[in-house]
Design a protein around this ligand. Sequence first.
Ligand code: B12
Length: 216
Amino acid sequence: MDTTTKEELWAAVEAFDTDAAELAIAKLLWDIPLSGAVAGVVLPFLAEVGDRWEAGTLSVAHEHFVSDMLRRKLTALSSVPPQQVLDDAAARPPVVLLACPAGERHDMVLLCVALMLRERGVRVLFLGADTPIPAVASAARAARADAVVLAAVRPTAFTARATTLRRLAQDHALYVAGRGADEQTVAEIGATALPADPVRAVVFLVGALMELSGSW
Ligand code: B12
């Protein structure tokens, strides 16, 4: 990351200066592909937000300010339809549903993954934070989702609904991620764990989808 612009970004965040923060983040994200922007700018920035938050040098209000700004920027970055879908209107791209279980609000990394999948030509159904598992199941059925990706910080977000999740895993390829997706939890709900690195997780998922549905 360009050090001067990064310093400008942090100064703008600390002062709650929306215009300056948006200008700095736009400079950092200028002219790089989405996956590069996520890996090189967004994830390191989020990790630093986390570190500063835990160190007590960043308030909850600052964190909300950053999350809102990043969400808007990321969504704008991905507003162009994926090239592959435009090129071949007849092909049915695979459908992936992404959500956080009920009570889980940490969905920024999940959003990054959703946008990177979309960039790769996947049709994304992003339900985001705090989505009850029965709602995930009926949306997955209605959208004929090829895969469902759930993310959570705490294992209990998964284990509290283990029976419903095991059923979901029988109907759709079920992937879990985030700090809550530990080995024991993943085994208990019959899901597959995604690599913790979001860029690697996208490569892994695209590979699995290609195996499931052939190339698209
Ligand atoms: C931002 C943030 C929030 C935001 C979330 C905004 C949003 N829309 O995402 C808000 C303000 C909502 C929030 C709320 C809370 N939070 Co919070 N939050 C954070 C913070 C500062 C950053 C999270 C983040 O994005 N990190 C950056 C990413 C890059 O790192 P990561 O989360 O470790 O994820 C890595 C992998 O797990 C993986 N990954 C994560 N998700 C996914 C998804 C996919 C698909 C893939 C492939 C990979 C993947 O990618 C990352 C890189 O490897 C962390 C602290 C931190 N250091 O992370 C606390 C933290 C996660 N929060 C915490 C807590 C306790 C809370 C609250 C309970 C606080 C409160 N008292 O209200 C609430 C709970 C809300 C809820 N019900 O879920 C704790 C969780 C501890 C625990 N294990 O239970 C943390 C760790 C802070 C702490 N040390 O206490 N939080």
